[in-house]
Write a protein that binds this ligand. Structure first.
Ligand code: HEC
Length: 129
């Protein structure tokens, strides 16, 4: 009987400790990093999803860029002159008629991937190969 009592007390203490550590601010800050992030889209997929409706052929971004700078600058996915830092700056601040893209829409990690994709000089990327 005594042993059973001790077991119950030990179980209650363990439960209390678990509840406490779960609720502590330290745990709360560590927890998200231990949850594996979903695989998600690659840079090209992110570009198509978040920028494509303006920056694929016929989109307002493509039309506006062609009007302003000429055909060679119209399609972002065919450009070889877009440093990643420039792409990220434009995305976060917007430019003329392009609205800023918030971190809610595209996280910093996603924007890193997306900008790296646009900075690549590989022409085949525009055709999805
Ligand atoms: C709502 C439409 C829209 C969306 C969505 C959009 N853009 Fe744009 N973007 C534009 C327009 C319009 C311009 C041209 C602005 C101007 O010159 O008037 C532009 C211009 C740019 C430029 C400047 C290119 C240059 O030659 O200087 C970059 C870079 C760019 N966009 C990147 C992006 C990226 C990356 C995304 C997705 C995260 C994105 N845009 C999403 C409309 C959009």
């Amino acid at each position: 009987m005594k042993a059973l009592g001790m077991t119950i007390v030990a179980a209650l203490i363990a439960a209390g400790a678990a509840a406490h550590s779960f609720a502590s601010p330290d745990q709360a800050m560590v927890a998200p990093a231990t949850v594996p992030a979903p695989a998600g889209l690659d840079g090209r997929g992110l570009f198509l999803k978040h920028c494509g409706y303006c920056h694929l052929p016929g989109g307002t971004g493509s039309i506006q860029l062609e009007r302003r700078w000429g055909k060679a600058r119209a399609l972002l996915a065919e450009r070889t002159d877009l440093p990643a830092e420039y792409v990220k700056g434009v995305a976060r601040q917007g430019i003329f008629s392009m609205p800023p893209i918030t971190r809610v829409e595209v996280t910093d990690d996603e924007l890193d991937k997306l900008a790296a994709y646009l900075a690549t000089a590989d022409k085949t990327k525009a055709h999805g190969r």
